[in-house]
Design a protein around this ligand. Structure first.
Ligand code: HSE
Length: 413
C-alpha cells in the first residue's frame, strides 16, 4: 500500500479522488500495490463528500507524514502551489501536478529539486489534458529528432471556436457554457488570451529540447477578436479557425507562436472540435504523428494525474529522468515566422486591387454572399511576419485613400 495525498479538492482534485476509487483494482495492478489517499488538503470543508474524513487544512500534516510518498497538486496557480510542492519534494515525496502555470514558471527548479531528493516531479496532466503527450515525448519518441510540434492545446478555446462555428453562438455564450462544464480556468483570461496554450507549448518544447523554454518569449494572441464573420469566410474556403500553438526547431533555433489560424481542410487539426486537443509531432524517423483526446475536464485530466501516480508508485525509490535542464533555449523573434495572411477589407475590390498587389504580391480574393457588397477578403502567399507588418503599415493609408479599410487580419496556413 502506498499512501498519497491530494492538495486542492476542486474539479481536478475531486476527479483524482474519483478515478482512484473507481479504477482502484486496475490502478493497483498497474502500480504493483494499492494507492490509498490518506489526506485531502483544502481550505474548505466538504460535508457528506466521500473525501470528508480525509480533509486537512494544514499542509504541514502532509509534508511531515513520512507515510505519504506521493502528493498530487491540483490547486492551480502559483501561490501556494509552488511553496507546497517544493516542500513536498524536499521532504522526499513524489509530486504529480496538473498545474501548467506552475510547471511553466517553476518547472526547471522543481525538476532539479526532485533530482536532488531522488524523487519525481511529474506533470502529464499539465499539457493536453488526458492525452499522454508528456510520456510520449520522454518515452516513446525519446529516440527521435523532433523538428516541429503544432497543436490545439486548450480545450476551452477549441470548445468556444467550435460552438461559434457550428452553432453560430457568440463568444460570451460559448465561454459561459465552457465554464459550466468545468473546462475553463477560474479566470478565463488565461484560456481566451492564449496564455494557457503558450505555457503548454513552452512545456512541450522544453520536453523536446531538454532545455528551459521561457513561455514569456513566445508571441501569443488569443481568440477574443475572432468574429462571426470570420467563420463565414472560413467555411467558404473549407477551413476552420483554430487557436494553434506551433513550434519549429531548425538547426537548433526555436521559433514558436500561439495564434488563431485559418487551418486548411487537409490538416488533421481542422477536424478537431469541441473540447478535444490534438498535437502533431514531426520527427525524423517516425514522420508526422498525431496525439488526440480530451484536452480538459475533470475525469480526463484526473486520469493523466493517476497515470503519473502509477509511474511514481512503480519507481518509489528511483528518480525517473524526465524534463529539462536549467540551460536556456531562447525563442526566435516572431518576425521571422512565415505564414499566409487573410485580410477582410471594406469597400470594392476593384478600387484597391492594384494597391494590394503592390504591397502584398498577388492575392486570391474571397467573397461570401452574406457580406457581399460591403466587404471582401484576400489571401496572400506565404510571407515573413516582419515583411507583412511593414507592408501593412504602408498599405493602410493607401487603402484609406481608395475608400477601403482592413477590418480584420487572420493568419493562415
Ligand atoms: N483550461 C484548460 C483548457 C484546462 O481549457 O484546456 C486544461 O488544461
Amino acid at each position: 500500500m502506498v499512501y498519497t495525498a491530494i492538495m486542492g479538492y476542486g474539479t481536478i482534485g475531486s476527479g483524482v479522488f474519483e478515478v482512484l476509487r473507481e479504477n482502484r483494482a486496475e490502478i493497483a495492478a498497474a502500480a504493483g500495490q494499492e494507492l490509498e489517499v490518506k489526506y485531502v488538503l483544502d481550505l474548505r470543508d466538504f460535508p457528506g463528500d466521500p473525501a470528508e474524513e480525509k480533509l486537512v487544512h494544514d499542509v504541514s500534516v502532509i509534508v511531515n507524514d513520512p507515510e505519504v510518498r506521493i502528493v498530487v497538486e491540483t490547486m492551480g496557480g502559483l501561490d501556494p502551489a509552488y511553496p507546497f510542492v517544493k516542500a513536498c519534494l524536499e521532504a522526499g515525496k513524489h509530486v504529480a501536478t496538473s498545474n501548467k502555470a506552475l510547471v511553466a514558471a517553476y518547472g526547471t527548479e522543481l525538476l532539479a529539486v526532485a533530482r536532488e531528493h531522488h524523487v519525481n516531479f511529474m506533470f502529464e496532466a499539465s499539457t493536453g489534458g488526458g492525452i499522454p503527450i508528456i510520456r510520449m515525448l520522454y518515452r516513446c519518441l525519446a529516440g527521435e529528432k523532433i523538428s516541429a510540434v503544432t497543436g490545439i492545446l486548450n480545450g476551452t478555446t477549441n470548445y468556444i471556436l467550435t460552438k461559434m462555428d457550428r452553432d453560430g453562438e457568440d463568444f460570451c455564450q460559448a465561454l459561459k457554457e465552457a465554464q459550466r462544464l468545468g473546462y475553463a480556468e477560474k479566470d478565463p483570461t488565461a484560456d481566451v488570451e492564449g496564455y494557457d496554450t503558450c505555457r503548454k507549448l513552452a512545456i512541450l518544447m522544453a520536453m523536446v529540447t531538454g532545455r528551459e523554454v521561457d513561455y514569456q518569449e513566445i508571441y501569443t494572441e488569443g481568440i477574443t477578436e475572432v468574429q462571426a464573420g470570420d467563420f463565414l469566410y472560413a467555411r467558404a474556403m473549407g477551413r476552420a479557425i483554430k487557436l494553434v500553438g506551433s513550434a519549429c526547431l531548425d538547426a537548433g533555433r526555436l521559433s514558436a507562436w500561439v495564434v488563431p489560424m485559418l487551418v486548411k481542410p487537409d490538416n488533421p487539426l481542422c477536424g478537431v472540435g469541441d473540447v478535444y486537443n490534438a498535437i502533431l509531432v514531426r520527427s525524423n524517423m517516425l514522420g508526422t504523428s498525431m496525439y488526440y483526446g480530451s484536452g480538459a475536464g475533470k475525469l480526463p485530466t484526473a486520469s493523466a494525474v493517476a497515470a503519473d501516480m502509477i509511474e511514481a508508485a512503480a519507481h518509489l525509490d528511483e528518480h525517473v529522468p524526465l524534463g529539462w535542464s536549467a540551460e536556456k533555449l531562447s525563442v526566435e523573434s516572431a518576425e521571422n515566422n512565415v505564414c499566409r495572411y487573410f485580410l477582410r477589407i471594406t469597400g470594392r475590390p476593384e478600387a484597391c486591387s492594384g494597391i494590394l498587389e503592390s504591397y502584398l504580391g498577388s492575392c486570391g480574393t474571397v467573397t461570401v454572399e452574406e457580406l457581399a457588397g460591403t466587404e471582401f477578403a484576400v489571401m496572400t502567399a506565404a510571407m515573413r511576419e516582419g515583411d507583412f507588418r511593414e507592408a501593412e503599415k504602408k498599405l493602410r493609408p493607401e487603402l484609406a485613400a481608395a475608400g477601403c479599410e482592413i477590418v480584420r487580419i487572420l493568419r493562415a496556413e
